[in-house]
Design a protein around this ligand. Structure first.
Ligand SMILES: [Zn+2]
Length: 444
């Protein structure tokens, strides 16, 4: 059964609510590129899907980078002279500049201000800022909070640890008939931010829950890792096996109310690029196709020229294009069950294309085979030529061993799902023979 159909059976409305609940469960955790927040997040994912945790020691050289020290926070605040906390990490983890080094000090407001960050255009939002590779400390607060600070002395406490430890990532491997793999990657390193990080990892987790127990053509590898350094560490540790990756998707920003965007791989015309564009064109939702650029999420690493993997990025609103991006307004109200479920459906439809994109040869290529005699010339729609009959004619005509079902779907303008069902019916009636490609899994 196609994954999309299984989602319909499981009820997309209910799935959307479950996706949102999962994001809500993870929302309060203080995540970063290392530390216990990552482990807690991976433990919650591991409660739902088989997950192997990998710990990479600080100081490990990974490609051109070095795994940083591990960062954890117990508490952090700015308090006024009466001891009242005016900026409090316990209230919102975005208040602390990510990777702030420990400090306990008293200082006047004028000195404190060089360590404070706000978003001026949105006076009630707290910005999300980090300083991973330059040792620093700081606090993020709303502009309104900032304006309430009176001159005087403030106490600053950052009770954090930044010491040799590990970078943690998780990997879920689901074997299929072939050792060739589909890679799904998402970042899990942002603290309380919903669209940018939790939406992608929730959709990836639910996708992985749908895959086991199926007769899979490809093997699936889902990686949950801290952005940039995590993908670089993963690539460094898996360099020998990179050739197995036939298709890949980075999932991010999948819960907001915006239409879909698919950013193509560096190669620009791989099967995943075409599958995603085709599915989005027929999704009924607005969709934009973006050319590759060397900025964005971890497709940057997978598509670096040495690896040049066929990996694109699926998102709704593009990072940085919505004002809530990297602020406290990217919260649980900014992502919606319906959009999360719709994103899961699109991911499933893309996987359905990859799983079923085969080539066939028409076994009766001289003239049109008599479909009426085989009860293949009637359509649900009645007498006029319906989409099902049209799909059968297209599949018969273009199944010359050269065209894949995706080629046929693109050329006919008929959704892949309908083309694939037509091919199944024609196979059952002996009118097609499947062409075996390399590794016996169909077209390259
Ligand atoms: Zn981000």
């Amino acid at each position: 059964m196609l994954l999309q159909k299984e989602i319909d059976l499981r009820d997309p409305v209910r799935l959307g609510e479950e996706l949102h609940r999962f994001a809500a469960e993870l929302y309060p955790i203080c995540r970063s590129i290392t530390g216990d927040g990552l482990r807690q997040t991976l433990a919650a994912i591991g409660n739902r899907i088989p997950l192997r945790l990998v710990e990479v020691p600080s100081g490990t050289h990974v490609l051109d980078w070095t795994v940083p020290k591990e960062w954890n926070v117990r508490d952090a605040y700015v308090a006024d002279s009466s001891g009242k906390r005016v900026v409090d990490f316990q209230k919102c983890n975005l208040h602390l500049l990510g990777y702030s080094v420990p400090i306990r000090a008293r200082m006047p407001l004028s000195e404190l201000k060089s360590h404070l960050f706000t978003v001026q255009e949105h006076p009630d939002w707290i910005p999300y800022r980090t300083s991973y590779y330059k040792e620093s400390w700081g606090f993020c607060l709303s502009q309104s909070q900032m304006e309430e600070l009176r001159d005087g002395e403030y106490q600053v406490l950052v009770d954090s640890t930044l010491v040799d430890g590990h970078l943690t990532y998780g990997e879920c491997y689901l074997p299929g008939r072939s050792a060739d793999e589909v890679l799904i990657s998402c970042h899990i390193c942002h603290p309380s931010l919903a669209n940018d990080n939790l939406s992608g990892l929730s959709v990836a987790t639910f996708l992985a829950q749908l895959l086991p127990g199926r007769d899979l053509r490809y093997s699936y590898r889902l990686v949950f890792l801290p952005g940039t350094i995590g993908a670089i560490a993963w690539l460094a540790q898996n360099r020998e096996n990179i050739g197995r990756i036939r298709h890949g998707l980075v999932l991010t920003c999948l819960g907001d109310a915006g239409g879909f965007h698919y950013k193509k791989s560096r190669r620009g015309n791989t099967e995943i690029d075409r599958a995603a564009a085709h599915v989005l064109a027929h999704s009924g939702d607005s969709a934009g196709i973006l050319e590759f650029s060397p900025y964005g999420y971890d497709e940057r690493q997978y598509c670096s020229p040495g690896f040049n993997l066929p990996v694109g990025c699926l998102m709704r609103s593009v990072w940085g294009s919505f004002p809530e991006y990297h602020t406290s307004a990217d919260n649980l109200d900014f992502i919606h069950p319906r959009q999360l479920a719709g994103s899961l459906q699109v991911c499933a439809a893309i996987m359905d294309v990859l799983e079923n994109n085969r080539r066939y040869c028409n076994s009766a290529p001289y003239g049109e085979p008599q479909l009426g005699r085989r009860d293949l010339y009637s359509s649900v729609g009645g007498n006029t030529i319906g989409i099902e009959i049209n799909a059968r004619l297209w599949v018969l005509n273009l199944s010359d061993g050269q065209h894949s079902l995706l080629d046929i779907a693109e050329r006919s303008g008929i959704p892949f799902l309908v083309i694939s069902e037509a091919a199944d019916q024609l196979m059952e009636n002996g009118l097609l023979n499947e062409v075996q490609g390399e590794n016996g899994i169909g077209p390259a």
